[in-house]
Design a protein around this ligand. Sequence first.
Ligand code: SF4
Length: 445
Amino acid sequence: MRYLIQPKNPNKTHQRRVALVTLGCPKNEVDSEVLAGQLRDDGFLLCPEPEEADIILVNTCGFIESAKQESIEAILDLLRLKETDQNPEIYVWGCLAERYKEELPQEIPEADGFFGVEAFDQIRSRLNHRRKDLSDATPGSRVLSTPSHTAYLKIAEGCSHQCSFCAIPLFKGKYRSRPIVDLVHEAQALADQGVRELSLIAQDTTAYGTDFNDGTRLSDLLRDLVQIDGIEWIRILYAHPSHIEDDLIQIILEEEKICNYLDMPLQHIHTPILKQMGRGMRREEIEGLIRKLREKIPNITLRTAFIVGFPGETDEAFEELLQFIQATRFERLGAFTYSPEEGTPAFEFGPIPPKNIAEARYDQIMQTQQEISLELNEAFIGKTLPVLIDEYDPAQKMYAGRTRGDAIEIDQTVWVQGECSIGEIVPVQITDADVYDLIGVLNPS
Ligand code: SF4
């Protein structure tokens, strides 16, 4: 759970104080940042703690069961504040409110209102009591919840894939790319406020432009983004493997600013399961793509994610996945146990492996990956890597940063000894390695 802070003028007490509580993924985080910017421009005071707010906005996640549960618990926790002298207005918005727009108001009548995804105008209108003079805030006026040198850039909404396990297309609609001109404008505004690293996000970043039906692709957007002064690292998250074409590989290879990094969730490798999942690729095609990426882009950091316990995942199918992970040695890897979601095709599929089996499979994958990760990390000892410094940790008396192969909030940390500044990219000599961390000293030479 993340809170947006940075009050603009903490001494003004007549302004109504708004706290934004965000659950879920970076796409939600960006929505909260946009709304926070708009509310700040409307004259509200952004408040770091819900306990001090007149109004609380909870941006929820409705992706899978555990995320839904987390959102509901957060809402119920916050509703307790209504029984105190503070008695804030509490509004629920985002994916969960969109997905359960009929049920939620009945289940949680204590909340003051519910809004779906992209309901920025409705929320502002409600909070401003239908004022006519609302500022026309643009996405460039986001209030960042990340450190000020790094930001997500949400390049599209919705998803036109139909992965059988996924509820997102049910409530986020078809894929809609944002125009390049808007994205460049937003990226420029972020660069002007000190952002040096952009992480491109969407439900599927590599489908960018396909809905324009004019040949536009992600590589076209990247070609414009790399021209922006001040932006030094650009990384691509949430890449669907079926859209990774040669022009994208080429621009990653050619453009120094684009990190040799790709987050590409694969979900499984056993072809019959991939088919059941509706992933649109067979094992051989995925293997061919990985081979090509590694041949063409030296030192690429590949991040992926797999689902275990999907309906029909036999011991043999899981063993195939495990062997694939051992052989491919992904630099970064996450795993999830399958969550049956009502309304999705997979919800109607045959029996799923028992919970204890799915959990054991998850453990086996993560244990395997830990061994791989440690070996890969140890190979960096003695090398010098550029590291973007995110923060200083007084407890460790070290700076925490990331390499070009590490996305913020997702991947590894490099712990840095020596004097540097937050937001700086510095050369760091790696002296030690852990499963998910590197340790190094500032190497000024
Ligand atoms: S690509 Fe598949 S898993 Fe990802 S959001 Fe779209 S439907 Fe869901």
